[in-house]
Design a protein around this ligand. Structure first.
Ligand code: ATP
Ligand code: MG
Length: 412
């Protein structure tokens, strides 16, 4: 999972570095402080690995939106020099037999078109407990030589054909020639090395789950994917698919929903004329409610649960969980998220006092907008606040809303 990011040149993020811990990481701060911008970095990273960076930039508002705009004489205008975004992330993953750490970095530059520059992955493997050694380093070809990838690797990791080249070069370093230009380093690296493939999968498993109830309510055409999109599109297809292939997951969702909505009994998929899927919720009296009539909060809860159960995720971002949800539902959700995020990184943004009252001081990251740039820091004096909370019974939310933790709107 990705556990640290450094960014420069994206919207309000200039030269910022932020570390995430396993479990919950909760971003708080005034409107416009840059919480969403920080979350969007994860989308950019995973989109670049998927080869979907242009699509992602467009979904963020296009070239005009993503590069940091500098203030010139009181007017916002684009500083040409700043049309460069540097992104760096660090991650780790443990599988049965192997522990890896990696650093993945790239830059996005606008010249005549959007260019990805200086893409690089470095993977270390654990040799003995806690001791890591570099195993693979792959750098993107330079623009002058777009077909040549530079790969440094421990020879043991190579297949027999590549190994011959290595022995010849004698330096544990090869320049790999490929006739497919513009290939991402993962397109080459994951094909050659298992560790690189594992890291690729790990990075791809970071995304923002942002359910829009109005989209999630719509029937899904049976030609559409059986997996839900991150905005909730295709929820009906996902439920239909779960009922066929993962009945236990659907059962778990039913149990969770009945904790939040005590009248709930079960979810039933429903196919209309063999052309599209929808679903109904059946309550304890047997009354059926079609998806389009279900409340926004219930649909959002359902979408989040389906997303968490059907998407492989190691780093998951949920923005403003409180939107559409009753405070009681928020509390139950936070407890559930804390249970399932033990070995993952979950990043939440919130303005909700109720949610924050269920958050531990060490889980909080306070964002601010200082002179147009985002700052993000963990709380100081965590022990002191923990004690105050323990003896007063008033939680983080109470202290935050009272202005005692910072992260409140202020003039520059
Ligand atoms: N291209 C840009 N250059 C510089 N700053 C930008 C750019 N685009 C947006 N911003 C700034 O980013 C801020 C918005 O950040 P963001 O949407 O992440 O805030 P937020 O903390 O999520 O707020 P909210 O709580 O309202 O959701 C605004 O202050 C805006 O001026
Ligand atoms: Mg926001």
């Amino acid at each position: 999972m990705i556990n640290k990011i450094k960014v420069d040149g994206f919207k309000s993020l200039s030269n910022i570095s932020l570390t995430f811990t396993k479990g919950l990481n909760v971003l708080i701060g005034p409107n416009g402080s840059g919480k969403t911008n920080l979350c969007q970095i994860f989308g950019l990273i995973s989109a670049n690995v998927r080869g979907r960076i242009l699509h992602n930039i467009l979904s963020l508002g296009g070239v005009n939106s993503i590069f940091t705009k500098s203030k010139l004489k009181g007017k916002r205008s684009i500083n040409v020099k700043s049309k460069l975004i540097k992104i760096w992330c660090q991650g780790e993953l443990k599988e049965e037999r192997v522990s890896l750490r990696y650093i993945y970095s790239f830059s996005i530059r606008m010249k005549e078109n959007i260019m990805i520059e200086k893409e690089k992955i470095v993977i270390d493997v654990e040799k003995e407990s806690g001791i890591y050694k570099k195993a693979i380093e792959i750098s993107q070809p330079s623009p002058n030589n777009p077909n040549k990838f530079k790969i440094k690797v421990v020879p043991k990791l190579m297949g027999p054909n590549q190994l011959k080249k290595f022995k010849k070069s004698n330096k544990n370093e090869i320049i790999l020639k490929t006739y497919a230009s513009n290939k991402s380093i993962f397109a080459i690296g994951s094909y050659l090395f298992k560790y690189c493939f594992m890291v690729e999968q790990d990075i791809k498993a970071s995304d923002v789950l942002d359910i829009d109830p109005h989209i999630a309510k719509k029937p899904s055409d049976i030609l559409e994917p059986t997996k839900m999109y991150f905005n909730g599109k295709g929820l009906s297809n996902a439920i239909y698919n779960m009922s066929k292939n993962q009945p236990n997951s659907l059962k778990a969702i039913n149990e969770f929903l009945s904790k939040i909505y005590p009248r709930h009994k079960l979810i039933e998929p429903h196919t209309k004329d063999g052309e599209s899927n929808t679903f109904v919720l059946v309550d304890k009296n047997g009354t059926k409610c079609f998806a389009q009539n279900i409340s926004d909060g219930t649909i959002k809860t359902l979408g989040l649960l389906v997303g968490m159960m059907t998407h492989r995720h190691n780093t998951l971002i949920i923005e403003e969980l409180e939107n559409y949800l009753h405070p009681w539902a928020c509390q139950i959700f936070i407890n559930r998220l804390r249970e399932i995020s033990k070995n993952k990184v979950y990043i939440l943004t919130t303005h909700s006092e109720t949610i924050l009252n269920n958050i531990k001081p060490k889980e909080v990251i306070i964002c601010n907008n200082v002179g147009g740039g985002t700052t993000a820091v963990r709380m100081r004096d965590i022990k002191q606040l923990e004690n105050t909370i323990k003896y007063s019974g008033f939680g983080v939310g109470y202290h935050y809303v009272g202005g005692l933790l910072g992260g409140t709107p202020q003039n520059d």
